[in-house]
Every structure is written in C-alpha cells, then in structure tokens.
Design a protein around this ligand. Sequence first.
Ligand code: ADP
Ligand code: MG
Length: 324
Amino acid sequence: MPVQTEFSLIQQYFSALTEPREDVLLGIGDDCALLANPANYLLAVSVDTLVEGVHFLADVDPYRLGHKALAVNLSDLAAMGARPAWFTLALSLPQVDAAWLSAFSKGLGDLARQHQIQLVGGDTTRGPLTITIQVHGHVLPQHSLQRAAAQVGDWICVTGTLGDAAAGLDIKRGQLTSEVLSVEDLAFLVDRLECPTPRIQLGQQLAGRAHAAIDISDGLLADLQHILIASKVGACLDLNTIPLSKSLQQLPQAAARQYALTGGDDYELCFTAPAEIAAAFCQRAPDLFRRIGEIIERPGMFSQQADGQLTPLNTDKAGYDHFA
Ligand code: ADP
Ligand code: MG
C-alpha cells in the first residue's frame, strides 16, 4: 500500500481505538511498543489468525468480525486464567474500504474497551483478507490453568452452553432453516457463532482454584482430549448433563448432542477442578458452570451408562483439523 494511505489508515482507524493504559510506555507509532510488565506476574501470550473463507464467510458483518477476531484471542487468555493487557493486530486487506474498516475497528474497539485491553501495534498489508491478533495478559505463576494439570478425581465442568455456534454455522450454510427452528432461535444461534463471549471473568474466578482448563474452539471432545493427553488421564462423561441452550433443545436430541460434542467455535471453557471446588462453582451459578463428568485414571474418553458400564466415545471425527 502507498505509505501515505497505510499511515493515514492506521491513524484513522487504529491509533486511538482503545483506552490508554498506564503500563503502556509507548504504543502505536514507533518501531516497537514498550510495555511494563507487573512484578511477579507471568506474561501470557497467544496468537490467532482468521482467514476469509476458512474462519468466516465473506458476507459476515464487519462489526461482528472485529468483535470475533479479538474474542477468540481473549478466550485463550481466559482459558489460562490470565488478565488481558495488550494486543497487536496484523491486517491484510484486499482494498481500503472505509465503511468496512470503520465497522470492523468499532467491533474490535468496543470489545477491547470492555476488557481494558489496549491495541499497542500491528502491521497493515495488502492481500487476501486475513486478521491476525496477538494478545498479551498477566497471570500469577501459581494461578495459571495449564492443560497438563488435571488430576484423577477432578470434576470435569463446562461454562455456558455447547453446540450453539456449530448450529449457527449450519444456519448460515442454509442447512438449518425456519422449518425446524423459530426466527428467534435461528438468530440466537447465529449470534453465538458470530459474537462469542470470551469467558474472561470466569477464567479469573477459576485461576488458582481449578486445575486444568481449555477454551472450546474445536469442539468439546477434541478440546477435552488435549487436557487428557497432556495430563495422562482419561475422562468419564455423563452425556445427559451436557448443557444445551433452549434454542438447541428445539432440535432432535441426537442432533443437538452431536453439535454439543463435536461442534467448534463456542469459546466456552472446559475445566477440571477438585470436587468440592467444582461443586461450589456449579451450586453458586448453575447456568454458568455445569459438571459433565470426572477425570479417571484409565486413558481414553468414556460415557457412563445407567448401569455403570463405561462405553468408549468415538473421538475420530471430533474437531476441525486444517490439514486433515
Ligand atoms: P514498521 O515499518 O516500523 O514496521 P509500520 O509502518 O508497519 O512500521 O507501522 C507503523 C506503526 O503503526 C507501528 O507502530 C505499528 O505497530 C503500527 N501499526 C501498523 N499497522 C497497525 C494496525 N493494523 N493496528 C495497529 N497498529 C498498527
Ligand atoms: Mg510493519
């Protein structure tokens, strides 16, 4: 892009997008940002790329895209128990479209201000529409929620409801229509796909209390599997307890359950915690925290039948693999 266009574009849409933080000594405009890390905290860093046609459809509302690009990154901080601080934005644009940039940056900025995270730098290039955001957050060493920390006897819990975003995607693809769901349910499910809520506050509550956590981006089974492998344990799930939204419950049970087990993009948290601690969370906020099973010694993932028998769960097709 011509120097002037690129510079004025950054000035116009990104320089003053977020609230200034005291720990940003130098933000957008120099070769690097200069950031002051608080004493005793670890820096938690994560990056995610959204590619048109892979992660979002070309016709998606740019305000929602700005929201989602940051939300999926904040979700990683939430799953680590970290507090958001700063982010950078690498943007590849096919052309400069003022209306698009204005809506995109507003969606991004509105969510950033909600979480007091500041945009401190980035890169702007011409090319196929691609959005890369790197987030930085802070967490005390003993509070981080690592995948390898699940212990036998832990309850396995999830936040919110699962499967909504995957149903939302099928709605966008025209595979679920108003013949099966009301207009309100269709809108709710598409909102869950396009406007996910990063569980930052819940992650903060779990930090230092839960053992392991992961955010559900690829599907419950696929993401829980990461915890199990890293922790060298297994899981026994009660499929009847998996939380489903009222909208998803309008579908036949098998379909709803399939979305909830293997559908991605919900950005809820799956965590494991000692029974007493997990029970306290579930009791205090049953709509937000739900027990879905328990960590067991035997490797693998099982569902428990009414007679106590363990049936292996098929995880072959769980989750989305970009290179499969
Ligand atoms: P350099 O050539 O030194 O990498 P750039 O011209 O790429 O600098 O960027 C100038 C300044 O604007 C830098 O501080 C950079 O971090 C910032 N910047 C560039 N693109 C973006 C963007 N999309 N969002 C936020 N900051 C950006
Ligand atoms: Mg640059």
